[in-house]
Ligand binder design. Structure first.
Ligand SMILES: *Cc1c(COP(=O)(O)O)cnc(C)c1O
Length: 387
């Protein structure tokens, strides 16, 4: 094989995004304004939800969900340790305590059979994370939430768009948080959005995102507005900008096309990597559609001479750049200092030891995918454990 470089991810930006950003830069209005409103409306229509609040990150959307629902010190919020750290950090920042539930290894999503035993009188919400874009078991989660009167606040950073039993993710939980970070399915560089059918909550979150001011800044400065404003909450500076919205508007128009390309890349990986005993390919449950944000393979370590880290190094030597999603949150030094210990969430830990996220982006060609697949096969042929 001739050496090639396959990056882990490449953003897919076209001239249309560049033109739209240029239009905004020339318009004289750079921050929260008409393009943000247009983007929020487009995304609300796309998902079929009553309101979308665009924010400067997915993390901000998760944080404001908690703050706006008055989740605070003395409360508990259930999530999993198998996520990006921000899911958990915002719970602590709200004052509440994160309560971890282990994952189901096949999907890497929260194991719904373990939720109820973690519920106490202090539990206020469940934050399911749709790992790699595959929806969690939302019927079971919704049922538990109803039974114990909990909010369901979804971390859908990977799940735009994803479907659970025909329903689009964004329409199920009380709030759903999306991320438009540079590597996500829809990118605005940095950015995020919160979807909800609770219009009062959306209004509160909109105010909280802009210093707690009761009206958006752009309304103040247009001819219909005035200089007067009122601060009604202890707010944050979490608002979106029209520069981000310019990217978002075009990316949203291109989303279904990009998703089709992602599905095709996934199919090519399945075709080229099936029937290799040393690896396990992503498993998607039948009643749902993943957003194909990541393509995570799991090594069958008992069939290999080398571990996951060395496997990653070997791929890197061949020019294939990979990543790992995720280092369990409780492994990080800050969380160890809080008292979490290795061994507490065995399924998350076992999956972490085995998983590699392969290069995965819409514009990957068949040759790119074949090069990755052949590199994997080559390493396995040399490191297959002889029994
Ligand atoms: C990316 C990500 C976030 C945070 O999104 P940002 O927009 O970067 O703040 C939250 N949760 C998960 C699972 C993510 O992958």
């Amino acid at each position: 094989m001739e050496y090639r470089e396959i990056p882990f991810f490449k953003p897919y930006i076209t001239d249309a995004e560049i033109k739209e950003v240029e239009d905004t830069l020339r318009s004289g209005w750079l921050t929260l304004g008409p393009k943000t409103k247009a983007f929020e409306k487009m995304l609300a229509d796309f998902l079929g939800v009553k309101d979308i609040v665009a924010l400067n990150s997915g993390t901000a959307a998760l944080h404001l969900s908690l703050v706006a629902l008055d989740i605070k010190e003395g409360d508990e919020v259930i999530t999993t340790p198998y996520t990006f750290v921000s899911t958990v950090a915002v719970i602590i920042q709200s004052g509440a305590k994160p309560v971890f539930v282990d994952i189901e290894p096949s999907t890497m999503n929260i194991d719904v059979s373990l939720i109820e035993e973690k519920i106490t009188e202090r539990t206020k919400a469940i934050m399911p994370v749709h790992i790699a874009g595959q929806p969690c078991d939302m019927d079971e989660i919704t049922e538990i939430a109803r039974k114990y009167k909990l909010f369901v606040l979804e971390d859908a950073a990977h799940a735009l768009p994803a479907y659970y039993k025909g329903k689009v993710i964004g329409t199920i939980g009380h709030t759903t948080s999306f991320s438009f970070y540079a590597t996500k399915n829809l990118v605005t560089g940095e950015g995020g959005a919160l979807a909800t059918d609770d219009v009062d909550l959306a209004e509160k979150i909109r105010a909280l995102s802009l210093h707690g001011i009761s009206k958006d800044a752009w309304k103040r400065y247009t001819s219909s507005g005035s200089w007067y404003y009122e601060v009604i909450h202890l707010g944050f500076k979490y608002n979106f900008t029209d520069i981000q919205a310019s990217l978002g508007i075009v990316q949203l128009q291109r989303l279904q096309e990009m998703q089709k390309m992602r599905r095709h890349v996934a199919e090519m990986y399945y075709n080229m990597l099936s029937d290799i005993e040393e690896i396990e390919l992503p498993f998607v449950k039948e009643d749902r559609e993943t957003a194909w944000h990541l393509f995570i393979i799991k090594l069958n370590l008992h069939k290999l001479n080398i571990g996951r880290n060395e496997f990653i190094d070997r791929l890197s030597e061949k020019g294939v750049k990979t990543s790992v999603h995720f280092i369990p949150v409780h492994y990080h030094p800050y969380y160890q200092k809080m008292g979490y210990r290795k061994g507490m969430y065995p399924m998350a830990e076992a999956v972490y030891r085995r998983s590699i996220s392969l290069p995965f982006y819409p514009q990957m060609t068949e040759d790119d995918v074949r090069y990755v697949a052949n590199s994997i096969k080559d390493i396995i042929s040399k490191e297959r454990l002889k029994v």
